[in-house]
Every structure is written in C-alpha cells, then in structure tokens.
Design a protein around this ligand. Structure first.
Ligand SMILES: [Fe+2]
Length: 296
C-alpha cells in the first residue's frame, strides 16, 4: 500500500498518558501523607514543575485530556490529597459542590427529580460539566477511588472533531448548534427563576478558541419547562452531534488511583451505566477548576 494512499492511518485522538514517577512522585506522596489529616481546602501547595508543565501542555496545547497513572496503592485519604495537590498545579478550584465532590450512585433517577446524573448509576451521555450560564469550569478532574463491579467505563471525545465533521457534512445543522439553547438549572447557587436567562450556544468561540457546552438532557428539559419546543432540525442536529461524539470517542476503565483531567471547553465526557458491589460501591471524586490557558 502506498504511504500516501489515505489518511486513515493517522493516529487516533486519545488522552495523554502521564505517569507520575521518580522524585516528583515521592514529593507528591510525602506531601499528601504529611497532610492526610488536613482539610483538602487548606493543603499547603508544593512545586511539581515537570508534571505541571506536562499536564498544562496536554490540556491547553494537546489533546485536552490527560490520564495520570502511578498513584494506585495509596490509601483514600492520601490519594484525595495527592489529587488536590496536583489539581492546584492546574488552576483555582471551584467549590460550588464542595472542593471534592463524590460521584457515587445515590439510588436516585435524574428523570424523576432534578438531580445531576452524577448521582445515579445511569449512562450520562456525552456532555460537558455545568448547565449554568454563570458557571463554566475550565477543567474537570476525576479521581477513581473504587471502580464499579460491572460497567462504569469512562469515555471522552474531542468536541472540535465533531464540529469539523458537522461543518463538512451538514453546515446548516452546525449553524443551528451555534444558536442559544435554554438549559434546565441544576447547579447549586442558581435560582430556578433564572432559567429564562440560562441560555447559551452549544458551539461558540471565546478568547481561547472553541467553547463547547452540551448536556442534551438538560437542554430538552429546559425547553420543555419554558414551553419552547425544539424544532425537528434542532433535534436532528443534536442526533448528528451525538453520533459524531460517539464515533470519535475513546473508552477506558479507570483503576484505583487513576486521575483524569479534561479541558471542559473542548472535550466531552461520558460514562457507561454501572452495577455496584454493594459493600464497595464505585467512587469517583470530581474537582472543578478555573484556569485560563494564558496563565499557564
Ligand atoms: Fe460530567
């Protein structure tokens, strides 16, 4: 086969794999162990210049997704603090849900009450975090403390690829996704009455480039609540977007101690439905950070 015959052999998009190792790992683990009793909001930060540079470069200049390995085998208190120390290298934590928010099945159904899908065992569908116009974290972090008994796979997908494909295949549908959509309000601190104002595009451009904000379920709920039906074209646009996100996605199983950081403006995430071991349920710990690429 000719070397020039096709572009199908181009490397597939994937998150950057980043082991924490050597002296930086020792420094990080020692600092986390020393402060294991300290509230995560009050940890004394440490300098980790190499890993910091690698995480920031992967997030802002690379794939927008990084998987951090090498912290398995630590106990939960130490893992949580090592995670918080690494996160503080990236940006300023956002505490709307608490500094570290436990993603665990609370036995509820997001279709029956207005709760985040993160509190259920359902598949979340591809989305970016936060349905509030007034809150858009730059980075979403997830630490795995315990995986599920079955399922609960992590999935990530680059939104710019979906955008490119939509532009090529159906530019008129992409234009629809650049218009404002109402989102139902579930983020704490945002009053329900503000739903009328809680509208913004799925694809837009900010000072740092693409800003992708998508959570289909809360868009559908939001439009239902204000009695503004989505058009058939808008539904078709979201169907195609979901297809493209799924097609470009990478799936992986997070093991204990693994951390994922995602550029929440450029990379969508999802997780498959899961079944818990009742005595050791799946536990992921989410952090949100603000932090502009220009500050890196
Ligand atoms: Fe999420």
């Amino acid at each position: 086969m000719s070397l020039f015959s096709s572009t199908h052999n181009l490397p597939r998009w994937s998150p950057r794999l980043l082991p924490v190792e050597g002296e930086e790992r020792s420094l990080l683990v020692q600092a986390a162990e020393r402060q294991r009793e300290c509230p995560v909001e009050q940890l004394e930060a440490i300098d980790l210049p190499h890993i910091q540079e690698k995480i920031q470069s992967a997030l802002w200049k690379g794939s927008g997704a990084v998987r951090i390995l090498g912290l398995g085998g630590l106990d939960e208190d130490v893992m949580r603090r090592a995670y918080a120390l690494l996160a503080s290298c990236i940006g300023t934590p956002i505490d709307s849900y608490g500094r570290q928010y436990d993603v665990v099945d609370r036995g509820k159904d997001y279709r029956k009450e207005a709760i985040p899908v993160s509190q259920t065992a359902a598949e979340t569908a591809f989305h970016t975090d936060s349905s509030s116009r007034w809150m858009n974290p730059s980075v979403v972090g997830l630490l795995c403390i315990r995986p599920a008994l079955e399922g609960g796979l992590s999935m990530v997908s680059p939104a710019w690829k979906a955008e490119e494909q939509l532009r090529r295949k159906r530019p008129e549908l992409l234009r629809l996704l650049q218009e404002d959509y109402v989102r139902d309000v579930v983020t704490p601190g945002v009053e329900k009455e503000r739903i009328w104002l809680n509208r913004f595009p799925i694809f837009s451009r900010g000072p740092q480039g693409l800003v992708f904000r998508y959570m289909r379920y809360w868009i559908e709920k939001g439009h239902q609540r204000i009695g503004e039906e989505l058009s058939l074209d808008q539904i078709e646009a979201m169907d195609l977007l979901d297809q493209e996100l799924a097609q470009n996605s990478v799936h992986f199983a997070m093991g204990p101690g693994e951390i994922v950081f995602l550029d929440n403006h450029r990379v969508a995430h999802n997780r498959s439905a899961f079944v818990d071991n009742p005595t050791a349920p799946r536990l992921l710990v989410r952090m949100w950070m603000s932090g502009a690429p220009s500050s890196s």
